[in-house]
Ligand binder design. Structure first.
Ligand code: SAH
Ligand code: SF4
Length: 373
């Protein structure tokens, strides 16, 4: 029996990559632009239905290419309308793995929270994804494919308005640890023939991989969110272990550089509120001193619990007091509304199913990953 030829997946290819691909069999660059529009703007994966493409071009495509999107394992809707999809991904060591994508509808906007890795190797002590360990990086197709699928599942009509108006890379994984695949996926979100989202509507959240922030500053203009969670290195070393390699002063320097280089407005600092750990008045004042006078906003995230964690959510009045102290200290601060927690879709609750854990070395630390059901 002849094996079926391997067809190239066009999903995840940036405009120049697609132009080079079609050029490889003699098609003009404008064909790539047509394809981009069909795949992203119109959500079409079937070449036969791309009606304004010449028949012979469609035939040439069908022979050597495909638009292959991740497979949905299950979908759930929370009482507040938040939706969560579990997507099947072939794992690094043979077993299928599962990642999560979450859609958060709000009046006037719809935010899609996407994953960038299967699990995460950074091991932040308060994060369910970190507790899962790391399996592998997602490909650009698997990252942008989450946007493609959400649009399809949410009933996107190319002739109507956008449903997904904002994308945040705040799902499973550390996006800057998968730079090679995250960059093209973000470029497709911003491309006017792709999802055509403005730079303020695409947010990359990082736990603070400093060298990659400098690299990002050369490559792309998006909104930067940084997971700070502590006002000093002593505490941050414990909560966000990558801090031991890239301490706060270095991290902040990289953030201000990003703003300057990309002419950005401000960096959002995420700060998960952990009862009795990082939520005291002295810590609020220390944080205010760190950020005052800078183009910074603090987003306080009430801790979302998950099985096996030692942390508790700060009481609502402690969160309010913390916010007020920041504001009094001259720093803009908001409290993130918790969404979708009845389906474990809230920040830090995304676990997916990481079956085969892999040991990876990050900096000086060997992350050995725990096994759990
Ligand atoms: N790896 C990236 C992006 C994914 S996490 C990063 O760390 O920034 C998205 C946000 O949720 C981060 O700010 C993360 O610190 C926070 N988070 C993780 N676990 C959480 C939990 N259990 N409760 C609330 N927020 C959490
Ligand atoms: Fe990874 Fe972010 Fe979770 Fe830390 S908070 S373990 S970087 S996903």
């Amino acid at each position: 029996m002849n094996e079926a030829p391997v067809r190239t997946n066009l999903l995840g290819m940036t405009r120049p990559e697609l132009e080079a691909f079609v050029g490889g069999f003699g098609a003009k660059p404008y064909r790539a632009r047509q394809l981009l529009k069909w795949i992203y703007r119109r959500g079409q994966a079937d070449f036969a239905r791309m009606t304004d493409l010449a028949k012979d071009f469609r035939a040439a495509l069908a022979e050597r290419a495909q638009v292959s999107v991740p497979e949905i394992v299950s979908a759930r809707t929370a009482s507040d309308g938040t939706r969560k999809w579990l997507l099947r991904m072939p794992g690094a060591a043979g077993n299928d793995q599962v990642i999560e994508t979450v859609f958060i509808p709000e009046p006037g906007r719809g935010t899609l929270c996407i994953s960038s890795q299967i699990g995460c190797a950074l091991d932040c002590s308060f994060c369910a994804t970190g507790a899962q360990g790391f399996n592998r990086n997602l490909t650009a197709a698997e990252i942008i494919g989450q946007v493609w699928l959400a649009n399809r599942e949410l009933g996107y009509d190319p002739d109507g308005g956008r449903i997904v108006t904002n994308v945040v890379l705040m799902g499973m994984g550390e996006p800057l640890a998968n730079y090679r695949n995250v960059l093209p996926a973000m470029q497709l979100m911003l491309d006017d023939l792709g999802y055509d989202l403005s730079r303020r509507r695409v947010t990359l959240s990082t736990s603070g991989l400093v060298p990659q922030i400098y690299r990002l500053a050369e490559d792309v203009n998006v909104a930067l969110a940084v997971s700070l969670h502590a006002p000093n290195d002593r505490l941050r070393d414990e909560l966000v272990p990558i801090n031991r390699k890239h301490p706060i002063a270095e991290l902040l320097k990289a953030c201000w550089h990003y703003l300057e280089r990309q002419n950005g407005r401000s960096v959002t600092f995420e700060y998960t509120m952990l009862d009795g750990v990082n939520d005291g008045p002295a810590q609020a004042r220390e944080l205010a001193r760190l950020l005052r006078g800078r183009d910074a906003k603090v987003n306080l995230i009430p801790f979302n619990t998950f099985p096996g964690t030692k942390y508790h959510r700060s009481p609502a009045d402690a969160i309010r007091r913390f916010r007020d102290l920041l504001v009094q200290g001259g720093v803009m601060a908001t409290v993130r509304k918790t969404r979708g927690d009845d389906i474990d879709a809230a920040c830090g609750q995304l676990r997916g199913q990481v079956l085969d854990r892999i040991q990876v070395r990050l900096g000086r630390k060997l992350v050995s990953v725990s096994v759990q059901a």
